[in-house]
Write a protein that binds this ligand. Sequence first.
Ligand code: GDP
Ligand code: ZN
Length: 291
Amino acid sequence: MTVDKHGLIIKGVGGAYTVLADEKRYVCNARGVFRNTKTTPLIGDKVIIAITSEEKKLGTLHTIKPRKNRLRRPPVSNLDQVIITVATAQPSFNAGLLDRFLCLAELEGIPALICVNKADKNFSDESFLPYINAGYPLVYTVATESRGLDDLRMRMVGKINVFAGPSGVGKSSLINALMPKLNLETGALSIKLDRGKHTTRHSEIFMLGKSESEGFCVDTPGFTSLDIDTINKRELAGLFREFVPLAAGCRFADCVHHQEIGCAVKAEIGGAVNPERYESYIKMLGGIING
Ligand code: GDP
Ligand code: ZN
């Protein structure tokens, strides 16, 4: 008789899936049933495995529980938090780019934490106030000096986390600082090399501490594509979280907060709506062709 266990896929290479269950790691093969249904098990999947050898820590993966979300790059499911990382300098802070990343997080339905790295450089907190006002949690870090890491770690507890954000902001440095055993390459050169290696790179989920309850982090930063071409204007309006509660007050139910009269979002520019966030929105709105 085999014993079933509930677990989490943390690694998958060549059809062998490493499943963490009851703080132990089992190497599992996937049943043919997934091939028939064209479902590929993903890291982040919550699964049920049948233990085939407790001694050798082997099992067979037979059930994938429903996914709450999934990212395409890196391929990972069930994310609890995306840590959108920006730098204060080198590269200099680009509000429009942060807004796009935040929209992607909203689109994927993954709560975002903003991590402002390179806080050792000169910068003004005021650039980040609009995000705090919009309701986003925010931490300041200096990855290279391990500053702010306790605060960051505290916000990652009990969650499956993934880093995202522009190149060069310090994502790999942060991942290394949080999980020194990983020893990821950092710096512009390694980024280029990494891109070339994309086909062979397998992402993994790592435990942030000694037990599962301390939370997890994906070793590969995600979300590099900023494509939101597939959405329409109404949907875009829903991705700016501070617009959502105001939109109920717009005269027209299908208001996209642009040229309509009686727009409650536009009425709040300078108040609940930050002018730069609104400007980002208008820019993105201009890029949408399908209605
Ligand atoms: P990634 O492309 O987002 O993964 O960025 P990296 O982690 O590769 O970092 C890019 C460069 O920024 C590297 O040279 C890092 O040493 C440097 N860096 C990372 N974090 C900090 C920081 O907090 N302060 C400063 N001054 N430099 C940092
Ligand atoms: Zn409106």
